[in-house]
Design a protein around this ligand. Structure first.
Ligand code: ISE
Length: 350
């Protein structure tokens, strides 16, 4: 469910957080728009992309410089903080350069594509003694997820026993194979499960059923993924990315004393002459989570400004440990897809 996002005046202030956005495809372009029109106290001063025309198409309208080299963009004197929306394979080097430069970074998932490099990044940040890395698990800023987490943490349902997650996309490119479904889509449930349950995930199993007729040869779409939390709580995830319908993301919490469901697409329900009725389902993840993305950006920008001013932590949301945990869960999930067995994550407790 999206609520109207408030547009702010674009008047620049000398106190603004000056942000470089690396990677200005669909997600990066959204972040540039969010920073430029809906985030108080921040503006985009530099954009970088390996497609120069795309960088100018996105950067020129907001008055941002185009810097082809992403590492030069991070180190630029007119950059205080960085948003990474570049391909996941580039994140490892780029995040480390942000740490070297002492610049806060909001890194789109994944933090890095391997658990080992995510753990290295976490350790390098720990050695720095300052939290500069926030990972873009934006569902934590969705009001339904945030409310459900508060209710669980307050014990309203007793011990959480299960989460049942549905994650459906209407369509994806052909390269979206079974492994990519885990790494790029189920990665969100890897984080929301930890966020809602407040604990680590110990093991992952994957069941491949009958593929939909639109799935490329060799791709199992849909799949059923099972997370086992350290406490024994179970998380089921239906991941189906070629439904041909719309963007549906639901979660049901089952506790000792009751249950709760979020993501029911309770938009306007219309009844029309002739006796028909119905509502609409958001077409994509930007429409479904637009407010969460903007709220994530505002909270990050505020934390980055405060961290720069104080010389302390510059994060307000999931950090490098959360990025590592999600990478470890997804790595186990990919192994479970390939080997067809239950795979432990190695995450017991933090
Ligand atoms: C995409 O990258 C996202 O982050 C969306 O939230 C997810 O639903 C989609 O499957 C991913 O490809």
């Amino acid at each position: 469910m999206t609520s109207p996002r408030v547009e702010l005046s674009s008047a620049a202030s000398p106190d603004d957080l000056r942000v470089a956005v690396l990677g200005v495809g669909k997600m990066g372009a959204f972040h540039v728009d969010s920073l430029s029109r809906r985030t108080r106290g921040a503006r985009v001063t530099v954009v970088s992309d390996f497609v120069d025309e795309q960088a100018h198409r996105v950067g020129d309208p907001v008055g941002a410089r185009v810097v082809a080299d992403p590492l030069e963009a991070i180190r630029a004197d007119d950059v205080d903080a960085v948003v990474l929306a570049s391909p996941g394979a580039a994140h490892h080097e780029q995040v480390l350069v942000c740490l070297e430069a002492g610049k806060p970074v909001l890194c789109e998932k994944p933090l890095t594509v391997e658990a080992s490099t995510s753990l290295e990044v976490y350790r390098r940040e720990s050695d720095l003694g300052r939290r500069l890395i926030q990972v873009g698990f934006m569902r934590r800023f969705d009001h339904e997820y945030a409310r459900l987490q508060r209710m669980i943490a307050a014990g309203e349902f007793g011990a959480p026993l299960m989460l049942h997650c549905t994650h459906r996309n209407p369509d994806v490119p052909n390269f979206f194979d079974s492994q990519f479904m885990i790494r790029d889509s189920v990665v969100h449930e890897a984080d929301t499960a930890r966020f809602l349950l407040g604990e680590e995930i110990a093991a992952v199993s994957v069941v491949k059923g009958r593929p939909t007729s639109t799935a490329p040869a060799g791709t199992s779409d849909p799949m059923l993924v099972l997370f086992e939390a350290v406490s024994g709580a179970l998380v089921t995830i239906e991941i189906f990315v070629r439904t041909g319908v719309a963007y549906e993301v639901r979660t049901e919490l089952v506790g000792e004393r009751g249950s709760a469901t979020i993501g029911l697409d309770q938009n306007v329900v219309v009844k029309r002459p002739g006796g028909t009725w119905g509502g609409t389902i958001t077409p994509g993840f930007v429409e479904r989570f637009g407010q969460a993305y903007d709220d994530q950006m505002q909270r990050w920008a505020d934390a980055a400004r405060a961290g720069i001013a104080s010389g302390g932590d510059a994060v307000d949301g999931p950090g490098s440990w959360d990025g590592y945990a999600a990478a470890a869960i997804c790595e186990a999930g990919v192994a479970a897809v390939v080997k067809g067995v239950r795979v432990e994550t190695g995450m017991d407790a933090r």
